[in-house]
Design a protein around this ligand. Sequence first.
Ligand SMILES: [Zn+2]
Length: 400
Amino acid sequence: MTRTINVAWHQGRAMSTIKLYYDDPYQRTFTSTVEECRRRQDGFAVRLAETAFYPEGGGQPYDTGRLGDACVREVHEKDGEIWHYTDRELLPGSAVEGEIDWERRFDHMQQHSGEHIVSGMICGRFGCDNVGFHLGSEVIEIDFNYEIPEEEIRRLERDANRYVWENHELEILWPTREELETLVYRSKKELTGDVRITRWPGADTCACCGTHLRRSGEIGQILLLSSMRMKGGTRIFLLCGSRALAYVNRVKEENDTVSHLLSAKWDETSAAVKRLQAECVELKVRENEREFQLLREEAKRYEGAGHVLLFENRLSPDNFRKLVNDVMETCGGICAAFTGSDEEGYRYCIGQKDGNLKDFTKALNTALNGRGGGRPFFVQGQVAASREQIEAAVKQLYGA
Ligand SMILES: [Zn+2]
């Protein structure tokens, strides 16, 4: 049975906003009185007598929704007062109807409740502390000051999900100072004032101000996505409830696409990808052999040919350079090679064994609107000219 000792909390803080989400975290609509409305830079800050809007706190993000016609964009708590950041002004003293974005809140309750169970189980099992918690818009991150063995993660996931299926009921306690001293519970900071204890029996007891589900079954599913080592501890990434379902569906969709593309069964896609990778490697090896053959033939063709001008589009950039290197060794002159097209321009490699191409390159670049350079006997660059213009310019330079 859920025990809520909430009256003392309200009475002890007469100035505070009454927090309806502590009495009933499932309350989506409410009516309240506007106590104050302050103008802000980009809207208004509204304080009510009571609210069902949860403010940011304890790692759980704030609720959004509406107050009358006003849109509630953010909710924050300051000194026990809850401020709703709205886009419209609300008249102090007037009654207003509020409605929280339930889909957003329920998602937060699923993630938050799941986090409690996982954290409680890990801290209980390894005697460590939860030293960080972030409920992001995508995944939940929890940090522990203990290196959780990899093989324990899957076991934890099984146990956490079994706890979900067993459908345990949440207990909420507002213990007295004396009762609190005898309680064993998790807490991230030194606590003052009334302490609210949430207990998932057998899994977690924790001081927490957030909103939680009534029963563990409502979490639906807990998915431990991954973990990583950090500063002598472990960070765990997890998804609960609807987020876990959405994730599984995304992965399934992706795998279905791969399965279809590779004509592989859904549970044999990685084997199909491995086969494809092996085929790619084999093709690359064959392609390299083919290029190597081409290089040898071309180099042989220009043996003793003197100055050489060639256009070559069949080779990779590496082999294109290698071709020039091979030809210049045996041609007995300058080897100028171009690759590209009239539309996109040409890249060039020019080599001459023991030569000095400084003046040649300078004249070529000037004639063909090009740029480039390198070592005295081997230069690389590009020109913005047509094949016809290149042929004319190189012939002229060779003739000179
Ligand atoms: Zn909590």
